[in-house]
Ligand binder design. Sequence first.
Ligand code: SF4
Length: 918
Amino acid sequence: MLKGTQQPATSAPDTDGWIKSTCPYCGVGCGIEARVEDGHMLVRGDQSHPANYGRLCSKGLALGETVINDGRLLEPSINGEPVPWDTALDHVAKAFQDSIRRHGPDSVALYVSGQLLTEDYYVANKLVKGYIGTGNIDTNSRLCMSSSVAGHKRAFGSDTVPNCYQDFEQADMVVLVGSNLAWCHPVLYQRLKAAKQQRPELSIVVVDPRVTDSVELADLHLAIQPGTDVALFNGLLNYLAENDYLNHAYTEQHTRGLADALASARQDTGKDGADFTLISTVTGVPVEHLQRFYKHFATTEKVLTVYSQGVNQSSAGVDKVNSIINCHLCTGRIGKIGSGPFSVTGQPNAMGGREVGGLANMLAAHMEFGNKEHQQIVKAFWQVDTIAEKPGLKAVDLFDAVDAGKIKVIWIMATNPVVSMPDADKVKRALEKCPLVVVSDCIADTDTVRCADIVLPAMGWAEKSGTVTNSERRISRQRQLIASSGQAKADWWIICQVALRMGYAGFNFNAAADVFREYAQMTGFHNQGRRDLDISPLAKLTNDGYDQLAPQQWPIKQQPVKTQLSPAVDQMPEQKRFFAEGQFYTANGKANLVPVSYRPPMTQASRQYPMALNTGRIRDQWHTMTRTGLAPKLGAHKPEPYVQINPQDARSFQLQNGAIAQLNSKWGQAKARVVITADIKPGQLFMPMHWTAVDSSEGRVCTLISPDVDPISGQPESKFTPVAIQPWVYQEQAILISRDAIAVSKFDYWVKRKIEGGFCYYLANHQDKPLLVQHLKSLPAFTKKGECIAFENKNNGSYRAANMLNGELLGAYIVARASNASPLDASQYAWLDTLLARELSTDIQRSILSGQAADSLVSGKQICACKQVGEYTIRDAIQQQACNSVAAVSACTQAGTGCGSCVPEIKQLIGMYAERDL
Ligand code: SF4
């Protein structure tokens, strides 16, 4: 139930109570409409938003469930003691001033986030680079797409994304590289899928070491060896040159460096033309697949290459980006309808952060360190005597400097680096010994908040007002939907208050609109078309105009500003693409073809650490789950940290499906549930990135991850870390449901997940430890005087119990003797998830005692998060109703009729159960 149901402070567009805003998760930047009804927030897709035209994925559809007060950070505190805002702000300002005075500006730092709004980001950067005079502000976008930024700048002379989403529909060939679009940018995937359905001749190639759900659409899947993308695209460049597919007119007029780029490509992939055997040996892609891909790319004019973290998160990330861009430049396939290299960002406002200089190596408004004119422009605009003269420390170096005691005060905003940074234990240790750690967040308990000395409550998604920019350069308003919780404040306001207390002028903003107007003005300041980013007409927006601002792609070089709510995209005077005229932002106006050479990941597998660990996101969760973890239905699809392993490796390491594995690397260790699958090749592992120390004993994958970074972008190599894997030996497993959270210190392995009415825990203890039942019996849910029922089978070591009071189930657990050789299949007990939300019945009691769900309780592992449809419901539709197509299953069960992200799994189930039936 929502507390903040008062009217929001802004006058946002409102149709029948529905307020338009933007989804706060991935970089697709979908438009939503929200309305509070009976104390609950309803969310639906905005039909008129050009990013999604009404579509939302499972995360967007569940947004309303996450706008609750559970776990919110409500008041400022110092060393755990609540304090008034003034005290906290004074303390932060004084700590920064003291450190700067005693140790210089480089002794302080901000680590910010792609979750911040552009207005927040702008003032944070202005404070650090403009007034404090250090470059030490970096952002978690460093972990997401900084290699793309560096690649763009090398090639185009600017961090420009040339494409727009319509290119997904207008391309004749789409190449997805290092992108599980189906799970990580689901609405773009749905657009691509719709395009493929309309035009089956649209060719889709997926380049990914794993078989992901995105492969479902692919005409060709190139399962490359991790990190070999440069060899693949250098081979393509070589092939294009050898077979006379280069666009010489274009390269001569609009590019430079072709000869050197080609020489590097030939060095890598064959001096006398593309040597398919050589390329195949390096990339692991069969020769005939390479031939098909190269030929098709060469002969298709409208090719869109979409890439994401699989390319960026690498010690060769920038070279990978340039190897892709090279192939587009040398064929002139850029800036044209349906073609170009398209970096899609992970975070909702990674692009906004790039615009205002959120990365340590950038100045605001797409201006650069090292460019004297840009530095003068920034100084003049902000009317400051000095600004930072050199780039600041990038994320990994920044936390190393904290660890080394060089940074003495750090302020972390809206991000959770103790979970998401590589070598995450080192980051935790660094923060624990840092003299002062300030954390602004909207969530009270995160791994990073636990390390903070001063905690500042920030507004959450539904409370904030400002703008975000999505992957296609579209600025959308994020509007305040409800009043703020507790004493939470807007991030821009908190930053400005600290700046003013430090005696800095230039932070007297009254509203987010003021900040936006100043930022918009800066983009046009001494620009005259020399910089790509220009939204200066928006500096004239009135407050009402700002509130009413429709989604708007930049650049915006001329009036009028649209004030209609959401005009159709074709009516907008937008420049959808960059570089149509072949003019780039380099000194001579020509794009650079950058010579790049393949090099393998920095740390190679060894005898001690023989497996290559890949990491990534799952369909229904976002980042460290501080918000998506609040929605029970989003937790059911992948309920525990898991590690994917090939059957051959599982045999070698004696791992059973569903057992618990321990993973070790040079940097740390983690535990995860084993998933054996041929979707991953021998020698490789995959683990998702979401679990934290708040919701799991050892599910933080980033403790394992190598801190190796790309030498140019500083982006960590999160897709390749050599690890060892082995069974973790345990003697019992339990699944517990409880209305209240439990103390977990007595359990060696635990994972906590929110369910309707309470929490679900997966538990296991090491074989040397006391039996789980002893601990479980002592939990509050079972010591309360109620009606306790229990069943024990001493022969097989199983124990099942429940406690009920006043006709309500307080908690229940199922314990099984289990081991690596014979693990408990937790998916068989998915029905436990629903019990706390049901009326207590004899069916429930019987099911708990028998360990067998009554028919009325069974739906199996959740497949469709939007419509809450489980595997057994789909199985029954396939087997009993003869539903042998997705359409038939959807008609029968509703599964797949929400966001559509579960369709690949429905197809798999049809294959599985229809086959069995035969
Ligand atoms: Fe949000 Fe999903 Fe759209 Fe991404 S694709 S912005 S997570 S609704």
